[in-house]
Ligand binder design. Structure first.
Ligand code: MN
Length: 195
């Protein structure tokens, strides 16, 4: 085994009532674990870091490797103790979307509109923040932007709790358990001049 199933950064029950313990256990211990297992079976002793595998791979190897990376990033994007965006982060949201609330509304809209399985992302391209979506296992091009947040819109992420009501899932999760501190930590350093 070269790729590990990264443990959840919180208890499986910690995201309730927004995501049930049953969904988190199935999502992490079922779906994510299967991507890890499939990938290790296909890599056959290849010990390169995950991102190197993703960059070179196609087809099933890419799909499973990308899903491992996306899910590790997903759990880091959520928190049972979300806190609030820092002032610096609020300023970034103001500059790119008008306000933090507008950002959330636009992200929910984009994630709702992603047809079929995929992901919605907040990324930083060096000059500002953008919302983007990807289909199936795809992730943003890491050579041109830096992901700051992701949300999973595969049905396995919400169907047990919200059935077909994807917008309700997105409203609950994105308005209540976003890990703002994680976004803050990933934010590119800005040159500050207090002189
Ligand atoms: Mn998933």
């Amino acid at each position: 085994m070269t790729i590990e199933l990264t443990p959840l950064p919180f208890e499986a029950s910690a995201l309730q009532p927004f995501i049930s313990e049953r969904t988190v256990r199935l999502h992490h211990g079922g779906h994510q674990a299967a991507y890890v297992r499939n990938l290790n079976n296909m890599l056959d002793g290849d010990t390169r870091p995950l991102l190197e595998v993703i960059n070179d791979a196609q087809g099933a190897v890419f799909n499973n490797a990308a899903q491992v990376w996306n899910h590790e990033f997903l759990w880091q994007s959520l928190s049972p103790t979300p806190g609030a965006p820092s002032l610096e982060l609020q300023e970034e949201f103001d500059a790119s979307f008008g306000s933090t609330d507008n950002f959330l509304t636009q992200l929910i809209q984009a994630a709702t509109s992603q047809f079929g399985s995929g992901w919605a992302w907040l990324v930083h391209d060096g000059s500002g923040m953008q919302i983007t979506t990807t289909a199936n296992a795809d992730l943003p091009n890491l050579s041109i932007c830096k992901p700051l947040l992701t949300i999973d819109v595969w049905e396995h992420a919400y169907y047990l709790d919200y059935e077909n009501r994807r917008p309700e899932y997105l409203e609950a999760v994105l308005r209540n358990i976003v890990n703002w501190q994680h976004i803050d930590n990933l934010l590119p350093q800005r040159s500050t001049n207090h002189a």
